[in-house]
Design a protein around this ligand. Structure first.
Ligand code: AVI
Length: 330
């Protein structure tokens, strides 16, 4: 695997043939579904950035508030380690992380920062916001999260802080989130820590508004997955005949996003040489965004093998960044 300054490694999940296979599988299934990871082509990532700026989408603003406060406190929680590797999964544009890094640097720490992202474009964006100094060295890793983490473990034995911010864990179903965190745990040592963002359970009205913003970016974000199939796989989806439907399901504890076919229609996907039938009002499921109670977070941490947990929340208690480690309480 290659690392640093945008030398790219093989892209595993984003290969066009994998996309085609997943589309074949997802559109042949009953009920139909596609993985939300396919939202994030360049245009989808741009739309997501716009969503985060919308007034209804409180998640990013709440996490910003938390990290701003945590930045001053974090050094003392990390055992005052004077040198640290900070590894971030899915770093985005780096704005939120910069707050934390600045806090750590102010305390006199020396940091090697390894943002790991599958998107080279995201990495370029981040490098515009965070740059090398005498105390901060940035080593961008374009690739898979765990390949990135293992690589850093193989070249450095410094204590690690792994960041997985922004409620990305919420886009995983429980079994997947648990498996993901168990693998993370296996790849860490007892001196390492993890900071993970969780969106909290709250009133259905607030949640429904956040995933149905009035400017319509969430609708565009969902429809872009059809456009992506048109562009990359030669499909002929007519976007006018699908409607975005996002709602909170209190039984599963998740926001669900669907595109609902507005008519009985056939869609042809050239690269698959296959047509797919959509009945009138048939849903195509695209995303879960699971919401957590503090007790859900603690149960998940324990199941994954982490024993030291501390929660940080915003004034409204809408969002939690949870710091996990090993051994006794921090
Ligand atoms: C990236 N992820 C945490 C977002 C979320 O809130 O689940 C994606 C998103 N979907 C609709 N709006 C934002």
């Amino acid at each position: 695997m290659k690392i640093s300054n945008l030398e790219t490694e093989t892209r595993v999940s984003d290969r066009p043939d994998q996309f085609a296979l997943d589309v074949l599988h997802g559109l042949s299934a009953d009920p139909k579904s596609l993985s939300s990871k396919y939202f994030y082509d360049d245009y989808g990532s741009e739309l997501f950035q716009k969503i985060t700026g919308e007034k209804e989408y409180y998640l990013t603003k709440c996490e910003f508030e938390i990290l701003d406060r945590l930045a001053g406190e974090l050094p003392s929680l990390l055992d005052e380690n004077q040198i640290l590797d900070v590894i971030e999964f899915g770093a985005g544009d780096g704005h939120k992380t910069k707050l934390l890094l600045d806090g750590l640097l102010k305390s006199g720490m020396k940091i090697d920062y390894y943002p790991v992202d599958i998107s080279e474009k995201a990495m370029l964006l981040l490098m515009k916001n965070i740059y090398d100094t005498d105390y901060l060295k940035i080593n961008g890793v374009v690739g898979d999260y765990f390949a990135g983490l293992r690589h850093v473990q193989s070249i450095s034995s410094k204590p690690k802080l792994v960041l997985f911010l922004g409620s990305s864990i919420g886009n995983m179903e429980m079994a997947e989130a648990t498996a993901f965190l168990k693998v993370l745990k296996r790849n860490l040592k007892s001196c390492d820590s993890v900071l993970i963002g969780f969106d909290q359970k709250k009133s259905a009205e607030i949640l429904n508004r956040a995933y149905n913003d009035s400017a319509g970016y969430t609708t565009q974000f969902n429809l872009n997955i059809l456009e992506r199939m048109n562009r990359e796989l030669g499909a002929n989806f007519d976007l006018q005949h699908f409607q975005h439907y996002g709602f909170y399901n209190p039984r599963s504890g998740a926001m669900e996003s669907h595109l609902i076919s507005q008519r009985d229609q056939m869609v042809y996907v050239q690269d698959l040489k296959r047509s797919f039938h959509f009945e009138r009002f048939e849903p195509l499921h695209l995303e879960y965004s699971f919401k957590y109670l503090p007790s859900d977070i603690e149960a998940l941490a324990e199941t994954a093998g982490f024993t030291s947990i501390r929660h940080f929340t915003d004034e409204k208690a809408y969002f939690i960044d949870s710091l996990w480690g090993f051994g006794t309480l921090i």
